[in-house]
Design a protein around this ligand. Sequence first.
Ligand SMILES: Cc1cc2nc3c(=O)[nH]c(=O)nc-3n(C[C@H](O)[C@H](O)[C@H](O)COP(=O)(O)OP(=O)(O)OC[C@H]3O[C@@H](n4cnc5c(N)ncnc54)[C@H](O)[C@@H]3O)c2cc1C
Length: 435
Amino acid sequence: MCLTEAHCGTDLGMLRTRAEPGPDGSHLLSGTKIFISAGEHDMAENILHLVLARLPDAPEGTRGISLFLVPKFLPDADGGVGERNGIQAGSIEHKMGIHGNATCVINLDQARGWLIGEPHRGLQAMFVMMNSARLGVGMQSLGLAEIAQQQAVAYAKDRLQSRSAQGAVQPGKPADPIIVHADVRRMLLTGKAYVEAGRALTSWTALMIDQAQHHPDVAVRARCEALMALLTPVVKAFLTDNAFETTNLAVQVFGGHGYIREWGVEQYVRDARINMIYEGTNGIQALDLLGRKVLSDGGARLKLFGEEIGAFLQAQGGEPRMAEFVGPLAKLLEATSALTGEIGVRARENPDEVGAASVPYLRIVGHLCFGWMWARMARVAFAKLDAEERGDGFYVAKLATARFYFAKLMPETAMHIRAIKAGAEPLMALDAELF
Ligand SMILES: Cc1cc2nc3c(=O)[nH]c(=O)nc-3n(C[C@H](O)[C@H](O)[C@H](O)COP(=O)(O)OP(=O)(O)OC[C@H]3O[C@@H](n4cnc5c(N)ncnc54)[C@H](O)[C@@H]3O)c2cc1C
């Protein structure tokens, strides 16, 4: 996917790569792209680059960008791999992580390309791929968090340091395993709660995708499409932020050994870091959520999502054991709806209010999603425990983790609500010169 240029990443409206019409319906592209993932490699016969460029008559800004298919090797007469096209890797970036992926500067020198879709509507076409890539990046982070978590748990059960505050747990050994310590448990449970809720949320999102594409009822398809659009920036940003925290906590569980390359966990932090930046930075995801997905349609998509959670909450009426989850989740749903209205009103007076609120707002919506997922998992756990299914503690662990999540992680939302209510003024008051 060749979008980024040295002077433009987020603001693609500024891109300069040119596409001149050729005699045979193809185009000749010239320009330089940077940071192109897997921009060059020999793992496939050919590479088909999807390149954003401007046609000669293109209007300024994002409305003048077109999408082209530019193969590394041009097709020969039989459609096989023919001569080399004028698209080359200029260099490979030296970077913090994801060393298995060659991130390249890509030079286009009269490279032949073919227009995809309509002229000047390339960004819209690229967004089809980018929305799916954003979900993919969320999954990439979930995978990294999972492996970091598995290794941290194994290490915490093995590493002997100090005695439990309750007295020796393994008196025959020189010390107790560090998993006895409350603070180590805080780190491990944070990772566990984030990973398992992330898995549940992405499974639910996948179901929405399937229904948006294949459900026989057109109204259901539209509803699922709207929910997916709302939650794509949440899956991208909330999961990647949480994965960075989880991998970072895994290093902390390993102590000094976590910082030493030989153990492997430091790599997860480096690899997880990029996911908060590419496919649109997490700051941009937050603006997309609050500005484009919530405020621009007067909260209609958010209302749909609220209805999903509301239906679940209502269905728990007959189960008193669910009160500990239903109460806080209902309160957060209500608070989010009220807060959204408040931001909307303020944004009419001052457009900076949206950017000032967006990142904490995304975390609140992320917790709304995770709170819902944990409440759903708790509901299933109660039922399975009643039925005495599985004797291996699986559902006991689910319930304990749900309780940890509601007690220790979800309250982060109270801080964010307060920070959002403080508005844009504390952010914008300082003159740039005085930083
Ligand atoms: C390893 C790696 C692989 C990549 N792979 C690809 C690839 O395959 N194809 C490709 O095309 N690109 C790729 N990229 C580029 C990546 O998508 C961009 O780096 C990213 O979109 C950010 O653009 P930028 O680096 O120009 O940062 P900028 O756009 O300069 O942003 C800098 C900071 O300003 C913030 N900012 C910018 N505008 C706003 C705004 N309006 N409101 C609030 N904050 C704002 C950003 O959030 C960020 O924090 C890759 C990058 C890396 C590092």
